[in-house]
Design a protein around this ligand. Structure first.
Ligand code: PLP
Length: 426
């Protein structure tokens, strides 16, 4: 990859891995600026999945012992090791496969061992519904007390956060990168504050890992979650990372096949008593998404071929360019502070002119640009707390992946300008 520029073989070769980039939609070439919703999938991932299902597809999890099952189980554990390496975990036992970040957050909200005198959970107004709602529901069930830390233009004020975290705080749940405001949050500093007060820390890495690497062993969190589909893997597979000791402290979330060591039962002598396995197996109930794990592993291999620093620099450059281009458009206001934005991978804005309609603009991008179909996202982005806070009905978001080009960022900026001129008469 050739960081920061469209020239050179790096970016062209990378783009060639993604057939969707050659796709035509209604006769228009796709310009994909929606990687925050889901990243495009490399062809290799699709091929790996097709081969897995067509030629293997036995059940893993040490169920059957024939060759098909043994191979699938081996690949499943290879994927676990690759995921552990991706987040620089201390070992594969720290990796629990989930269906995604949403399931990981639900697992933590449900299974966390809150104590009578330590049952507060602190979140921020940046949290995606995937994280906000499981804790909101726990509060509604009366299991926890929920506190929401307000942010300023997407920035987490550590003093404010610190004043909300007390000796009654069980858990801090914080996104590492907002899916609306862009930028990144000071997750390591926040984790330090929380742990100093005896609270545990859950970090939502769903957006962060698109162009950053995480280092679970030094971050200072107890739990991290991410979704495979946001880094080029299949839908329906994700990871909850946790320190082994912390995972084994959690209560049950789902139980079923594959989670127990033994079950003792004397007919007629009370209820049967299961003895559960340690993490990660005790959380992986039922037949797992073995294909998903294999596909995720392939996506991680593709990712491993991209140098981390060059990937970051490339995406930061696209964000900088887009934010700078939009700064001069009077009809819209870019969210977040310019210095913060380039640390993330997306740019969002709200219209400030009454005639600039996000929904109409979305249609314009799909149907009115000669030869191009630009895919972005418009709406509340499952971040309802933040949208109430911003008092915004809908925000417009362009988000970038490794495969995007400067020309695509410029095309988007030009489209905002031309739409604004047409709709607002600017
Ligand atoms: C910040 C953030 N957290 C969590 C999620 C939920 O991820 P998933 O739907 O893959 O579980 C998303 C999805 O957009 C997100 O952006």
């Amino acid at each position: 990859m050739n960081a920061g520029t469209d020239a050179g073989p790096g970016l062209a070769a990378l783009r060639a891995l993604y057939p969707a980039l050659d796709a035509e939609i209604d006769g228009r070439r796709l310009v994909y600026l929606d990687s925050a919703c889901t990243a495009l999938k490399p062809e290799r991932v699709a091929e790996r999945l097709a081969d897995f299902y067509a030629r293997w597809g036995g059940c893993g999890g040490k169920r059957s012992t024939h060759r098909l099952s043994q191979q699938v189980e081996e690949w499943f554990q290879d994927a676990r090791r690759a995921a552990a390496e991706f987040v620089r975990a201390d070992g594969p036992n720290e990796i629990v496969f989930t269906s995604g970040t949403t399931e990981a957050a639900n697992l933590i909200a449900r299974a966390f061992p809150y104590e009578p005198f330590r049952r507060e959970v602190v979140i921020t107004d940046l949290e995606h519904n995937a994280v906000a709602l499981p804790f909101l529901e726990a509060a509604r069930r009366g299991e926890i007390d929920l506190k929401v830390c307000l942010t300023d233009e997407g920035r987490v004020d550590l003093d404010r956060l610190s004043s909300l975290i007390t000796e009654k705080t069980a858990l801090l749940a914080l996104t590492h990168a907002s899916n609306v405001m862009g930028g990144v949050t000071p997750a390591a500093e926040a984790a330090k504050i929380a742990r100093r007060k005896g609270a545990r820390v859950f970090i939502d890495d769903a957006q962060y890992l698109g162009s950053h690497r995480e280092d679970a062993s030094t971050l200072g969190a107890d739990f991290i979650a991410f979704s495979g589909h946001k880094i080029g893997g299949p839908f329906g597979i994700g990871v909850l990372w946790g320190r082994e000791q912390e995972l084994n402290r959690l209560n049950h979330y789902k139980v079923g096949g594959g989670t127990i060591k033994s079950l003792s039962w004397e007919v007629g002598a009370g209820a049967p008593e299961p003895r559960y396995l340690d993490a990660p197996m005790r959380f992986e109930a039922g037949v797992q998404d073995f294909g998903g794990a294999v596909g995720l592993h392939e996506a991680l291999k593709v990712r491993a071929e991209l140098p981390d620093a060059a990937l970051r620099e490339h995406v930061a450059g696209l964000v900088r360019r887009t934010a700078a281009g939009l700064a001069g458009v009077a009809e819209v206001k870019v969210l977040g502070r310019p210095d913060d934005l380039e640390k993330g991978s997306l740019v969002s804005f709200v219209p400030v002119h009454p005639e600039f309609s996000p929904v109409d603009f979305n249609l314009y991008l799909n149907h009115e640009l000669p030869g191009r179909f630009v895919a972005i996202r418009v709406g509340e982005h499952c971040a309802h707390l933040l949208h109430r806070r911003l008092d915004a009905g809908a925000t417009v978001r362009a988000s970038f992946g490794p495969y995007n080009t400067e020309a695509e960022a410029d095309l988007f900026v030009d489209a905002v300008k031309s739409y604004a001129k047409e709709a607002c008469g600017g």
